[in-house]
Design a protein around this ligand. Sequence first.
Ligand code: AMP
Ligand code: ZN
Ligand code: FE
Ligand code: FE
Length: 284
Amino acid sequence: MIDLHTHSTRSDGTLSPGALMREAGRSGVTRIALTDHDTIDGLDEARCEAEKDGIAFVAGLEISAEYSPGTMHILGYGFDEENERLVDRVRYVQAARERRNPKIIEKLNRLGMEVTLDEIAAESGGGLVGRPHFATVLLKKGYVSKRQEAFDRYLAKGKTAYVDKVRLSPAKSIEVIRNAGGIAVLAHPLQLRAQDSEALDAVVRELADLGLQGMECYYRNHRKSDEDEFLVLARRYGLIATGGSDFHGSNRPEVHLGTGEGRLRVPPACWTALQNAIEGSRPN
Ligand code: AMP
Ligand code: ZN
Ligand code: FE
Ligand code: FE
């Protein structure tokens, strides 16, 4: 099996990069990408472990782009991990996160919940701190009875403890990845929450004009009809099709490596197309 979208403790997953690769091995995943949000810190550990386990590995990351009312995430694959501009942009969004987290704490405190930044950071396994870690602590301390309730009541966009995140523009997200020799891919197109297929077509066309190279046609919760629609769109704009589970470990227990919520199967052609694209984008 193939899985091109996974998260470790370096962002908001619950398995370390190494443990994630071992879990992949146990799950029958033989080709994988690690795509943590806003960080490339886990790539070395993951690559090293994948090599030991005989799993083919591709470097990735997931960037949150400015977009509304839905969510736009751009995945990057096979970039030069030492590229200065990429490293610099990643540091920039990380620094913004560090300013954001105390603001979320402040809001929660004001709402009467006793939580500290240390408690939240302790949930992050040493990686980036984000809303999923806040949700875990609210659950553990009994302020909510389910993780989802933490989002629905407090942490989701527009709710009482929400603080906006610094994001890169779609153009910048794509540019940063491509400038580093990587492949830029639109993640989970359903999360754009486009009104209809024409609206989605327009967004994808715009992104393709900005240099987008791929689209995540296969995803943990896609139905056959979603896959079919996205494959048509991808072909229309000359994008490669990719796919993955968006595995987050026990932060999303219903999602499994390789198979997502059950029906996900990423075709081998996705892996080949991505490898060819990466190969083709290497500077000579
Ligand atoms: P952050 O990067 O700190 O803004 O956190 C984003 C992560 O929080 C996403 O990747 C999701 O895992 C989770 N998340 C955001 N909004 C929701 C929501 N409405 N319901 C459940 N999880 C959410
Ligand atoms: Zn995530
Ligand atoms: Fe995402
Ligand atoms: Fe993701």
